[in-house]
Design a protein around this ligand. Structure first.
Ligand code: AMP
Length: 313
């Protein structure tokens, strides 16, 4: 019997990654895939477990995707710990880690503000092909982060072409991202099943996030206002509340009262993300984004969400 591996294989080039996947397919194995930006927590690990249940072998990728940050965001200070990540992935039963160095030609402050050398720059290595999920990319996180979903969809499409998975697992913590990827896969006929897993939370309710490590001690306590407001909203709608505007205002007020700076609190159709007014008419996504002070510099942007189920008639 083979001894259990003590380190996880790390692949860094597209060619190695594709060759590995094709060798697995030749052996008749199905491939599960979990794309991440690293600094892994139990939320990520729950995605690896879900992938293991659905496929014979599992690839996780770690890539802090510069195209989804704009110039003034936290790309430089995004937490990183590749050694710990590899250990956690090995323990979780992941088969291999894909850590591409770069999937783009990057400059800071590109002409369109997105960190990517775009075609307008005239740079010889400019990237000029992007995937845009035209309507779903606009609201919520797309409003305050205009390059975000173009960056996500383009990089995930690239990763899908390199890894060639049968099933890919995403967290519903990034609810809009899960919807965007699901739509991209449907519209562009990727032969990949997309799975969305529930939000993993800390014992006190805070949605797990790599960014939580950047919160100051005070912010870590104060930001519990977010999951508490989300829970309150679930209870209100369970009691029959129907007015979307009033509910959103109250959720925002509760977060602001704790010292958060609200980016958005919105109520939208759970699938196509169009605004809704009557919470009794359909299951509705409540999505929240708010900033709390960081321990180092600036703020930490936290997101949370739930799908509100109307009270039974
Ligand atoms: P990230 O590393 O933040 O880009 O996330 C990689 C994947 O993990 C995405 O599909 C996220 O939605 C998912 N994820 C992040 N945090 C959580 C969480 N608390 N619960 C479930 N999934 C999560």
């Amino acid at each position: 019997m083979e001894a259990p591996a003590t380190t996880i294989p790390v692949l860094t080039s597209k060619e190695e990654m594709r060759a590995w996947s094709r060798a697995q397919k030749k052996k008749g194995k199905t491939i599960g895939f979990v794309p991440t930006m690293g600094y892994l927590h139990e939320g990520h690990i729950s995605l690896v477990s879900a992938a293991r249940e659905r496929a014979d072998v599992v690839v996780a990728s770690i890539y802090v995707n510069p195209t989804q940050f704009s110039a003034n965001e936290d790309f430089d200070v995004y937490p990183r710990d590749p050694e710990a990540d590899r250990r956690k992935l090995l323990e979780a039963g992941c088969s291999v880690v894909f850590e591409p160095e770069s999937l783009y030609h990057i400059v800071e402050g590109a002409d369109d503000g997105s960190n990517v050398v775009g075609r307008e720059s005239g740079h010889p290595d400019a990237h000029e092909t992007f995937v845009q999920v035209e309507k779903l990319q606009l609201p919520l996180c797309g409003g305050s982060r205009p390059h975000f979903f173009r960056g996500v969809a383009t990089i995930v499409a690239k990763l899908f072409h390199i890894v060639e998975p049968d099933v890919a697992v995403f967290g519903r913590k990034d609810y809009q991202q899960w919807r965007v990827i699901t739509r991209m896969v449907r519209d562009l006929d990727f032969p990949i099943e997309i799975v969305g897993m529930p939000i993993a939370r800390e014992a006190d309710g805070l949605a797990m996030s790599s960014r939580n490590a950047r919160l100051s001690a005070e912010s870590r306590a104060a930001c519990l206002a977010i999951p508490r407001a989300v829970k309150w909203a679930e209870a209100e709608v369970g009691r029959g509340a129907g007015d979307a505007g009033a509910l959103a205002s109250e959720v925002a007020a509760r977060i602001e009262a704790a010292g958060g700076k609200v980016d958005y609190v919105e109520l939208r159709h759970a699938e196509h993300l169009q605004p809704v007014t009557d919470l009794r008419a359909q299951p509705t996504l409540l999505a929240v984004a708010a900033h709390f002070p960081a321990r180092d510099r600036g703020t930490v942007r936290l997101i949370d969400n739930t799908v509100l189920q109307p009270a039974a008639a």
